[in-house]
Design a protein around this ligand. Structure first.
Ligand code: ATP
Length: 236
């Protein structure tokens, strides 16, 4: 579905990505793991057209998307849940969800889809009229996820969903992702620092270190790889 080849990105003198290649097949959960500053968010920002690469190619469903503006990338079927959740704090839960459908014109269907999100996240329904800024961190993460789903993305990209969440909550968010993948066939590109959690739901994973992919493979294999266990899972 998504095919990235030899991507290079620099911020002034900082070479954030130094020739990464990765593939996201339809219907899979692919995870991009790495420490702080490895270039994970830069990869997502480049796919969304927020950052311009100096070299490389990005194809989505067989067509080039490099050079497109972010709204055009969204129209093609890619949604990003950015790091730090970033819901519209002064708007209600329902208004936040409705905004996620801004690229769509099928108003009746939008209402039904909001209902569907509430079925998926009953906690949000209980708080539909509450302003988003008053939700807990975990609830805001669910709202950010729900809002991204409102654009009916073919590819859902999520930047560190478990950041700042208690382990039990982050496990909850990740299980929802797995559920979306299994029940709807949702394709997901998941960025995580918590390698253990990400490998437990992903099909395949890439490890990014200072702008380069140093290791990749089926998630189950990486979870038993000695280097991964030492560096990312803290098992010696
Ligand atoms: P984290 O897990 O901490 O969010 P990350 O893997 O997502 O890290 P990026 O945010 O992609 O990492 O950053 C990659 C590198 O690029 C870092 O060295 C960072 O300091 C640098 N960088 C990111 N954005 C900018 C910017 N706007 N200007 C200059 N340097 C930047």
């Amino acid at each position: 579905m998504l095919d990235i080849k030899n991507l290079h990105v620099s911020y002034g003198g900082i070479r954030a990505l130094q020739g990464i290649s990765l593939h996201v097949p339809e219907g899979k959960i692919i995870s991009l793991l790495g420490a702080n500053g490895a270039g994970k968010s830069t990869t997502l920002r480049t796919i969304m057209g927020i950052v311009k690469p100096t070299e490389g190619s990005i194809e989505f469903l067989g067509g080039n998307i490099l050079g497109m503006k972010s709204f055009q990338v969204v129209m093609k079927g890619i949604a990003l849940v950015p790091e730090g959740r970033r819901v519209f704090t002064n708007l209600t839960v329902t208004e936040n969800l409705a905004l996620g459908a801004y690229t769509r014109t099928d108003k009746v269907q939008i209402q039904q889809d909001i209902e569907e999100i509430y079925e998926l996240f009953p906690r949000l329904r209980e708080r539909e009229k509450q302003s988003a800024g008053t939700l807990s961190g975990g609830e805001q993460q669910m709202l950010a996820l729900g809002r991204a789903l409102m654009s009916k993305p073919k590819l859902l990209m999520i930047d560190e969903p478990s950041l700042g969440l208690a382990p039990v909550l982050s496990q909850g968010v990740l299980s929802r992702l797995k559920e979306l993948n299994q029940t709807r066939g949702q394709t997901i590109l998941l960025i995580e620092q918590n390698a253990r959690a990400a490998l437990s739901i992903a099909d395949y994973a890439y490890i990014l270190e200072t702008g380069r992919i140093t290791l990749e493979g089926p998630a189950a294999e990486l979870a038993t790889n000695d280097a991964v266990r030492k560096t990312y899972l803290g098992i010696h």
